[in-house]
Design a protein around this ligand. Structure first.
Ligand code: 5GP
Ligand code: ZN
Length: 116
């Protein structure tokens, strides 16, 4: 179910435009509006799920699909060989600003550690 006023639900159902970069059965990938790396996309479930903390045991197949789809998308975009970073900001201290679960896929430059 789409959540009213959720920007990523609106992207998933086409109400808000986004540069789509791929789709799986339960997920879509699109370019981040404010990229933090030469390649920066977001992978989201089509169905609303507020954050990883809101996922239930029954969501384990969906969570697995998000990662395998991220891996496939990275390969399709040609960044898999050099490498990439997946990030799931969760909750306030995690820096989550959009409350629809999303996996950041960042690539195209050397990442540093620790993150800010
Ligand atoms: P968070 O901080 O919640 O982990 O990341 C949210 C991400 O969503 C940010 O990187 C931000 O640039 C991106 N974002 C926010 N609004 C939009 C939008 O309307 N379209 C797209 N493509 N990305 C967005
Ligand atoms: Zn949503």
């Amino acid at each position: 179910m789409a959540e009213t006023n959720c920007i990523f639900c609106k992207i998933a159902n086409g109400e808000i435009p986004a540069k789509r970069l791929g789709e799986s059965a339960q997920a879509i990938a699109f370019a981040d509006l404010n990229p933090q790396a030469p390649t920066h996309l977001l992978i989201i479930p089509k169905q609303h799920l507020a954050s990883l903390a809101h996922a239930a045991d029954a969501d384990s197949a969906l969570l697995g699909e998000l990662l395998t789809f991220a891996k496939t998308t990275a390969a399709a975009l040609g960044v898999a060989e050099r490498g990439y970073r997946l990030v799931i900001n969760t909750g306030h201290d995690g820096g989550q600003t959009v409350h629809h679960l999303h996996v950041h896929l960042l690539a195209g430059r050397q990442m540093s550690w620790p993150p800010g």
